[in-house]
Design a protein around this ligand. Sequence first.
Ligand SMILES: NC(=O)c1ccc[n+]([C@@H]2O[C@H](COP(=O)([O-])OP(=O)(O)OC[C@H]3O[C@@H](n4cnc5c(N)ncnc54)[C@H](O)[C@@H]3O)[C@@H](O)[C@H]2O)c1
Length: 334
Amino acid sequence: MSGGRAGAGAGPATPEQAAWERRRDGSGGGAIAAWPYSGAPLLLASRPRKLAKEAKVRIGIIGAGTMGIGIAHAVAISGWDALVVEPDGAQREKAGARLGDVVSSGVSRGKLTQAEADGALGRLSYHAGIGELPEGLDWIIESVPEKLELKRAVLAQAEGRAPRFLASNTSAISISALAEGLSAPERFVGMHFFNPVWSMKLVEVVVGALSRDDAVEAAVDAARGMGKEPIVVKDAPGFASSRLGVLLGLEAIRMVEEGIASPEDIDKAMTLGYGYPMGPLRLGDLVGLDVRLAIAEHLSGTYGERFSPPALLRDMVAQGKLGKKSGQGFYTWS
Ligand SMILES: NC(=O)c1ccc[n+]([C@@H]2O[C@H](COP(=O)([O-])OP(=O)(O)OC[C@H]3O[C@@H](n4cnc5c(N)ncnc54)[C@H](O)[C@@H]3O)[C@@H](O)[C@H]2O)c1
């Protein structure tokens, strides 16, 4: 008979419910309708790098692949402990060797002193399983392959180590979907790093439906502490970066298809005309055209026609022209 929410009118029962209702109603950010974080954007922008020089910060990183290695490097050279979990023994060794090389190259390029490099290497430790992590870490950042069920299982195990906050480095999976099954989803956010982590400044802090403001703020502080520039983004397909970047890339491919200009000249239009560091077609070649196609298919499911992959992109992927990794894409790579 009532048809309404139980307890409607009595106000939210918990702070988490209140935060969720603010987000759902779009009432959390004043002029910005659905701002995902209830603090003011400018406040976030001006927050100092608080954590870096304070008491010892310990961060667990799960998965020592391309991204996990980069995140561990950022953590360790910031003066924090990086506890790296990698079950594959050969990969664990490879990660240790790679981190040694990257830290040493920081010394040869004058970015680190030898003492800083030695300190960073001493703060890195390697573990075969999540159960080896001590309880009560400041953060655990999950960076295992992009598979929903695998990530959910890993996050549930990580939560069992009782970290203060938990994050996923997913590039495309919904943070709210990953949070299902967690007992404290309010302490979970996305922290989307970019590859290669040692040279890319951006971290997208992705706010799930249940992420609490203190978790968002802690993620912003942690990213700044690692020398990164965080942006705060609502949990929506493509977050902010892929949604804009992929759209530009798809339009550039349509322009090649229509014979508007050569790939080189389309890229020049953006680098010389708009000041982009790299044109969208060259960037697509670097990311991998198969990866671009998969993201476009994923986003077109939500946003419709404007993300539909152009026929040329499908053809190139079918022919094995994947960009740099296959030697041929919009450019020839040797
Ligand atoms: N590669 C990129 O350019 C990029 C950029 C941004 C975000 N991401 C995201 O980062 C995440 C990791 O990507 P990647 O490219 O580093 O992958 P990767 O395959 O290089 O590394 C994943 C690592 O996780 C390990 N692993 C698998 N199962 C595990 C488990 N149960 N516990 C602990 N470790 C486990 C694997 O052995 C592997 O070493 C993905 O979600 C991806 O979407 C990738």
